[in-house]
Design a protein around this ligand. Structure first.
Ligand code: PXG
Ligand code: PLP
Length: 442
């Protein structure tokens, strides 16, 4: 990298940063200038252990050679090709490689550029699917409280995060929400899937009764809710959702933007829970976070329902300028090669018991009121400072960064999702940083 890009910029005003306290950041900027494997390097030359795989996306760690080379080679060979009515080989190769690792039956892929776009794509597919089959009255979409499905209008409508919704008008109509499954009184400090709460899936029956099944197109949930603090589904809950959807002809969409690509120790959360949805939305890990790309996986029956009518007509009026961009497609292939070479899609399963013990060793440390874990995901929920929610966890984030560990906080919850290449020694290091931080903060 050029020295110019490694230097601190002299003016931070122009860039309006996403999901950031801009004024606070610009007073004391935290800047990464390089990265490799499990570490970032800051502008002042410190190494920071990555406890969050960037933003849950760098599952293979940083600046991995096969991915870098794939991108470099592709950029020099074919930089861009029109995405509509034209193709290029890497796009088809990437799609084929993706369905090889997808749950059986998910045999077509639609490319997008982010998780948010994958969600919009899946919701539109669900509506159009019913319409092409002659059930165009199925227009309702069901999401869940505390769900995160990106930031576009469909996603925030089915999503359940108040701050992401309240400023933006009336959103999509015809949306209803399941209750979230977070029951701390009953399930605090559970290791893995909690015992209590499967009955919350029955709320879907209530919603179906209220609106009538014939009006409902799809249910969308994260198998494990990530953004709102790692809410793990109660045992049997997802199976129940699947059964209710089947009973009423409703499509089930799993939003696997975080859980996809090995995060739970299986390729997808659908594999982990043994529940196959009709559509899976992904992004992040599809290219190891290196180049924007998302992928929506669909069952054959959905794809095939569109493949009727005159063959010269476009079947699905949807797509992005950068759907299956050549460089993103190459990054995807390089990423899947890396996952395969290093067994990363299942490595989480080997590490999960060690990870679980390390996380739960924080029980009893100051402020800790719950600890949750599944695969290589963890959450440490802190008691908020009275009247100042989020402040305690944010203080932990800053202290951890200063000590040399990147963690992520949402509300007063510390969320962890390290790259799947983490070693046991690095797990200890990460947890020890957090232990020290918890003892330091107010
Ligand atoms: N669905 C789910 C389940 C997600 O977790 C999105 C959709 C949107 O993806 P894009 O690529 O449009 O950001 C996400 C993204 C966090 C955090 O710290 C989580 C996400 C993004 C950034 C931060 O919890 N999830
Ligand atoms: N806005 C305008 C004016 C456009 O011409 C286009 C695409 O051609 C878009 C938005 C959509 O952009 P994208 O395909 O990158 O999502």
């Amino acid at each position: 990298m050029s020295d110019r890009l490694k230097a601190m910029p002299n003016d931070l005003r122009a860039f309006w940063m996403p999901f950031t306290a801009n004024r606070q950041f610009k007073q004391a900027p935290r800047m990464f200038v390089s990265a490799s494997d499990m570490h970032y390097v800051t502008a002042d030359g410190r190494k920071v252990l990555d406890g969050t795989a960037g933003l849950w996306c760098c599952n293979a760690g940083h600046t991995r050679p096969k991915i870098t080379k794939a991108i470099q080679d592709q950029a020099a060979e074919l930089d861009y090709a029109p995405a509509f009515q034209m193709g290029h080989p890497a796009a088809f190769e990437a799609a084929n490689r993706l369905i090889d690792i997808a749950p059986s039956g998910m045999d077509h892929v639609f490319f997008t550029n982010s998780g948010s776009e994958s969600v919009e794509t899946a919701l539109k597919m669900a509506l159009a699917y019913h319409r092409v089959r002659g059930e165009g009255q199925r227009t309702r979409l069901i999401g869940r409280e505390r769900g995160y499905h990106g930031v576009n209008f469909g996603g925030i409508s089915v999503g359940g995060i108040v701050t992401n919704r309240k400023m933006f008008g009336t959103l999509l109509g015809g949306v209803d929400h399941l209750p979230h499954t977070h029951l701390p009184e009953k399930n605090a400090f559970t290791r893995g899937e909690p015992e209590h709460g499967a009955n919350l899936a029955d709320e879907l029956e209530r919603i179906v009764t209220l609106h009538d099944a014939s009006t409902i197109a799809a249910v969308i949930v994260e198998p494990v809710a990530g953004s709102t603090g790692v809410l793990i589904p109660p045992k049997g809950y997802l199976q129940k959702l699947r059964a209710i959807c089947d009973k009423h002809g409703i499509l089930l969409i799993f939003d696997e933007v975080i859980t996809g690509f090995g995060r739970l120790g299986t390729p997808f959360a659908a594999d982990y829970f043994g529940v196959t949805p009709d559509i899976i939305t992904t992004a992040k890990g599809v290219t190891n976070g290196v180049i924007p790309m998302g992928a929506v996986f669909v069952k054959g029956m959905i794809h095939d329902a569109f493949m009727t009518g005159p063959e010269h007509l476009i079947e699905f009026f949807h797509g992005y300028t950068y759907s299956a961009n050549p460089i993103a497609s190459a990054a995807c292939i390089g990423t899947l090669d890396t996952y395969k070479d290093e067994g990363l899609l299942t490595r989480g399963a080997e590490l999960a018991p060690y990870w679980e013990d390390a996380l739960h060793s924080l029980k009893g440390e100051p402020h800790v009121k719950d600890i949750r874990n599944i695969g290589l995901i963890g959450a440490i929920e802190l008691e908020p400072i009275a009247g100042q929610p989020t402040k305690r966890a944010f203080a932990a984030f800053i202290k951890a960064y200063e000590r040399g560990a990147l963690i992520r906080t949402t509300g007063d919850i510390i969320a962890l999702s390290p790259p799947l290449i983490i070693t046991k020694g690095q797990i200890n290091e990460l947890i020890d940083h957090i232990r020290e931080v918890l003892r330091m903060i107010d």
